[in-house]
Design a protein around this ligand. Structure first.
Ligand SMILES: NC(=O)C1=CN([C@@H]2O[C@H](COP(=O)(O)OP(=O)(O)OC[C@H]3O[C@@H](n4cnc5c(N)ncnc54)[C@H](O)[C@@H]3O)[C@@H](O)[C@H]2O)C=CC1
Ligand SMILES: O=C(O)CCC(=O)C(=O)O
Length: 414
């Protein structure tokens, strides 16, 4: 049997199993097995050389029974419709696990911003907002950053939306710069949530983070802040990577230096001659492995060779279903993406709340609220996994689907 690398169909299988374990009928599965809405858009952009390039983008809205849909926008050459659909379904799960009043949404544009000028990226970002403007808004669907998008892109998108609607609309998008209504702590939030999950997982495994060896794949928003947090906690970050390669030092890498030298796309390894591959990185000897880059990185090909005793998924979809089984059988504690990476959307929710009330919290307040939500969520998923004797991914799906399913039922949709 060949392994299923399609993120959308493999997600459907777990949704089916989770709903059945929760006692919902097939009609509920029919409703939740794919997004309610997927818009495909073509965005013409004038490039700096005067030519017009037409980009393809998507916005998927999985389920809006609980509230408006919420989720990031990805700019990446490998974006495709199935991936965006799966990503929107995972957003429903994340919001359900943490208990946010949202359903899941996600967007993506097939492009490579690393090869584009700032002007081209700005025109593309504004064009995307114009193309999707009918289905998004502060009470409909609220975008945010994801791979290769950042606070500057959120600012352009917010400005475009505000101009279209002819009113200032900070609540249209989250992950904005602070001066435009961004929240303290949003930039670090995903890594902060991953750190909380690592702390909780280490407690369950009975080891201290002091001196623990950590390997992180990806050195962007999620991976780089995580490296810093791990360093600050006294752990030893022995491996990091980006799209071009990986760095390894069994004595611990100089994280402050790497943070100082990385570029805005999370690239740093190109400055070094002695690199290893991403494939080698994942199999390094370590205690904690954090995939924080792209999907389908841990598969049947390498699951048997992973040395870590804890894997915490900062990335969306880094481990296949087959690999999840192998890792669980090997006794590795795998904290799934829909739980581990929920810190980002949690602080995005705080940002939206602050925009709605027009009153802003301190970083300490944000961190305190985030920690409370993530610790509770981790333990809820862990206890479900223990009491039901199922892996943490299936347990997370059970916890995460309940709100969307119950809200759909109360609304009389199923
Ligand atoms: N930024 C956020 O708030 C959240 C991000 N995530 C997930 O975390 C992961 C990373 O996202 P960000 O750090 O925001 O993105 P980013 O754009 O800031 O950084 C991406 C990192 O991944 C690396 N990368 C890209 N392609 C790669 C490849 N083929 N092989 C190895 N590395 C590669 C890049 O070089 C860069 O270091 C993604 O899966 C994203 O969906 C999840 C929740 C929230
Ligand atoms: O901050 C948000 O609203 C969504 C972040 C996101 O796209 C994700 O968690 O994958």
């Amino acid at each position: 049997m060949t392994e299923n690398l399609n993120l959308f169909t493999s997600t459907q299988e777990i949704i089916k199993e989770a709903l059945s374990k929760l006692g919902f009928n097939d009609e509920m599965y029919e409703l939740l097995k794919e997004p309610l809405r997927v818009l495909t858009v073509r965005i013409p952009v004038r490039m700096d050389d005067g030519t017009i390039k037409v980009f393809t983008g998507y916005r998927a809205q999985h389920n809006d029974a609980v509230g408006p849909t919420k989720g990031g926008v990805r700019f990446h050459p490998e974006v495709n419709e199935d991936e965006v659909k799966a990503l929107s379904m995972w957003m429903t799960l994340k919001c359900g696990i943490v208990g946010l009043p949202y359903g899941g949404g996600k967007g993506g544009i097939i492009c490579d911003p690393r090869t584009m000028s700032m002007g081209e990226i700005e025109r593309l970002s504004r064009g995307f907002v114009r193309a999707i403007s009918q289905i998004v808004g502060p009470t409909k669907d609220i975008p945010a950053p994801d791979v290769y998008t950042n606070s500057q892109i959120m600012a352009w998108m917010m400005d475009e939306y505000s101009r279209l609607r002819e009113n200032d609309s900070p609540g249209f998008i989250t992950g904005k710069p602070l001066v435009l209504g961004g929240s303290e702590g949003r930039e670090k939030a995903t890594a902060q949530g991953v750190t909380i999950c690592i702390e909780e997982a280490a407690k369950k495994k009975g080891f201290s983070l002091q001196g623990a060896r950590v390997v992180i794949q990806g050195f962007g928003n999620a991976g780089s802040f995580l490296a810093k947090f791990m360093n600050d906690e006294g752990a030893k970050v022995v491996g990091i990577s980006d799209a071009y390669g990986a760095l390894y030092d069994p004595n611990g890498l100089d994280i402050d230096y790497l943070l100082d030298r990385r570029d805005s796309f999370g690239t740093v390894t190109t400055l070094f001659e002695n690199t290893i591959t991403n494939k080698e990185l994942l199999e390094l000897d370590c205690d904690i492995l954090v995939p924080a880059a792209i999907s389908n990185q841990i598969t049947v090909e390498n699951a048997h060779n992973i040395k870590a005793s804890i894997i915490v998924e900062a990335a969306n979809g880094p481990t296949t279903a087959e690999a999840t089984k192998i890792l669980t059988e090997r006794g590795i504690l795998l904290v799934p993406d829909v739980l581990a990476s929920a810190g980002g959307v949690t602080v995005s929710y705080f940002e939206w709340v602050q925009n709605n009330q027009g009153y802003y919290w301190t970083e300490e307040e944000v961190n305190e609220k985030l920690t409370k939500k993530l610790v509770e969520s981790f333990n809820k998923v862990y206890e479900t996994s223990q009491s039901r004797r199922i892996n943490m991914r299936l347990a997370a799906y059970m916890v995460g689907l309940r709100n969307a399913a119950e809200a759909s039922k109360f609304r009389g949709w199923v």
